[in-house]
Design a binder for this molecule. Structure first.
Ligand code: APR
Length: 251
């Protein structure tokens, strides 16, 4: 699975010396928790018209159809638990003096693993936002009692608190993530195909600023050419191995 141990050791060697580290995750970090990824075999977008369920236009055309899609995902996610990859990335917040965890994921599994101050670039599936007054609330009920759900303030229809294609990312989260990527010594990219922008641009920002880029993914992402170290395999296996190497030396 992992080529020569040297790849893992090379990653550990670079991380051991780092004070500033950014971890950037995608759907693959949650795959071993039973959360489907988006692209590739068995992915959420496989055979599904994305524009129908993940665009403002699709929501305007048929909000119930969109809510059925998100309610189904919420019900699946409600059964999922963090895996060892989430746990390592949470633990690292106490290992590195300047650590930033940035995710494209909407599943909340990083926080369930104990991560604090996670930068969410694509929102949260547990957040509901009113389409009229803009009020946002966290609702973990799965299934939702009513589709579409109604705002507890004004009673109008709510939408999922995720970022859809064609929508802007949350400004502050993107700005903070870009700042961290431009200043980091090591960027570890875990479980993303790196095809969706502006999120994937973080990898280019970090590489252009001279950071060491480590990619953890069974397959090469679209930005694998920017990686200095490629760890080919499942994050839930490789990150604990990497953490063990790190811990071994510092003990
Ligand atoms: N460990 C690490 N990586 C994995 C694992 C695993 N166990 N299993 C799969 N992967 C990798 C795949 O090889 C793929 O490169 O995870 C990646 C998942 O890619 P996508 O499905 O494209 O997901 P992601 O990159 O997060 O998508 C970005 O696109 O659909 C939108 O808003 C959605 O946030 C999402 C964005």
């Amino acid at each position: 699975m992992v080529g020569k141990m040297s790849e893992l050791e090379r990653a550990a060697e670079r991380l051991r010396r780092a004070r500033r580290v950014v971890a950037f995750t995608g759907a693959g970090v949650s795959a071993e928790s039973g959360v489907p990824t988006f692209r590739g075999a068995g992915g959420l977008w496989e055979g599904r018209p994305v524009e129908e369920v993940a665009t403002p236009q699709g929501f305007a055309a048929d909000p119930v159809r969109v809510w059925r899609f998100y309610d189904e995902r919420r019900c699946n996610l409600a059964r999922c638990r963090p895996n060892p990859a989430h746990e390592v990335l949470a633990r690292w917040q106490d290992r590195f003096p300047a650590y930033t965890l940035v995710t494209q994921n909407v599943d909340g599994l990083h926080e369930d693993a104990g991560a604090r101050a996670v930068l969410h670039l694509h929102g949260s599936i547990w957040a509901l936002r009113c389409t009229a007054c803009g009020r946002e609330r966290v609702e973990r009920a799965a299934p939702l009692p009513e589709l579409p759900p109604r705002c507890t303030g004004c009673g109008e229809m709510e939408r999922p608190g995720v970022v859809w294609f064609g929508e802007y990312l949350p400004e502050e989260a993107l700005r903070a993530a870009s700042r961290a990527a431009a200043a980091t010594e090591v960027l570890i990219v875990v479980g993303t195909s790196a095809v969706v922008y502006p999120a994937a641009g973080l990898v280019q920002t970090a590489a252009a600023a001279g950071a060491v880029v480590i990619e953890v993914n069974p397959e090469a992402s679209a930005l694998a050419h920017l990686a200095d170290v490629e760890l080919r395999g499942p994050a839930g296996v490789l990150l604990p191995q990497l953490d063990t190497l790190l811990t071994a030396v510092s003990a």
